[in-house]
Design a protein around this ligand. Sequence first.
Ligand code: NAD
Length: 487
Amino acid sequence: MFINNEWVDSAAGRTFESSNPFTGKVWARVPEGDAEDIDWAVRAANEAFENGEWSEMTGSQRGALLRKLGDLITENAETLAISEVIDNGKLIKEMLGQVKSLAGWCYYFAGFADKIHGETIPVEVPNMINYTVREPLGVVGAIVPWNSPLLLTLWKLCPALAAGNTIVIKPSEVTPVSLLEFSKLVEEAGFPPGVVNVVTGYGETAGDALAKQPKVRKIAFTGSSDTGRLVLKNSAEHFARTSLELGGKSPNIICEDADLSNAVNGVLAGIFAATGQTCMAGSRVLIQSSIYDEFVKALVERTNEIRLGDPLNMDTEMGTVAFKGQYEKVLKYIEIGKEEGATLLAGGERPNDEELKDGLFVKPTIFGDVTNDMRIAQEEIFGPVVCLIRFETEEEAIRIANDTEFGLASAVWTKDVQKSHRMASKIKAGTVWINNYRKVAYGAPFGGYKSSGIGRENGWYVMEEYTQVKSVWVDTGNVITDPFKIL
Ligand code: NAD
């Protein structure tokens, strides 16, 4: 693990294994950190924040370190991407692009590092000046899931460090490797000891300890809604600020006047990219009745052509599910869908090709004739399973889209500009894509409504989440005449 710029074993000396979901073989053994290691990392991070070299650095010096980190990510993109692909079965084709894009996050937030400032407030009290200062919070605890460990860490680390905080990262036990590889770049970039720390371990032990650690001033969590609820309760004990990026059941709405070929691609990208294991997956596709049959025919045809294969092969279009437990969960939901009376239109089983026999593959699966009250339409499956739901009118599409506990993302496909904005204004979700799906950028806020989370990542919005405001009052007249009269 990487604590205080040192490479260390866990205090208890325990380790755990990480398996490659394509081969089924163990490919890495990493330290199993627990509460003792978390305490150690938080102490190091707190010391760096309070007294270390980091606490004396200017914004532009912090920005320079972040820029250097961005350069190193670009130089080492392939190693980082491969480590993530082997850990979670995502496509190398996607991961090479994703990892390279992370340098952009470093540069964007490096730009904020020397531009964080307060305001002067007109208080209308004679001889008084009030000004504000925007200050860092202290130690940030980042808890991240297995589907995009590096990306979801950088979304937290970049703004946290730009603002002058320090950070302790707890990767998922399913994908510990890429963040350890990444720590080598932190070291090479020259961050002072304690600024960035990575503790690998299980959620119930290391993750739980991080959420409960009283010196942690902010928890930035990405994961499931159930874990998020627990993390929020634990961090509330010491009033740590908490941002939660949670699950979704996002509606992808295809209106009859959409460009159908683009919309088919948007549906495929929305649900089958990353084998459906993205929080923003467009897992409910709402299709207007007048085009339902035509659209479904094109979608099923293209879905049946999706090439499953080795995630490290550039021609592969869909990789594996990330680990055994998730694989079993996806298969269980396919059975639930059949029992609920949905029509299986594609997939629904594992492939029987010899080349894929050791991998955790599930064929891309489409359920037609789904009603929004079915469990497969309400519960997050987090796999390559899409529900097709009919609608008649714009109003009905909005009602179905919003009839969910989640509110992370959504999309509307239509050529009618007025309708697209009208629908965007009525959908209760943190993101609405119009005629596209799955786009993210460092400048664009991302986060959820309802059970999909609290807070926003990216853009200036997130800088507010990693800073706190101090109000300073200055008496320029030295005229306190009545000590008991405040206003
Ligand atoms: P998870 O909730 O099981 O685990 C997430 C992280 O929390 C892991 O590091 C895990 O070790 C840790 N954890 C588990 N129990 C904990 C506990 N008691 N206390 C503290 N930490 C604990 O989620 P997952 O299965 O790794 O990821 C999939 C989920 O993440 C899905 O629901 C998905 O929608 C969500 N997700 C959301 C976003 C977003 O930005 N909204 C992005 C990606 C994934």
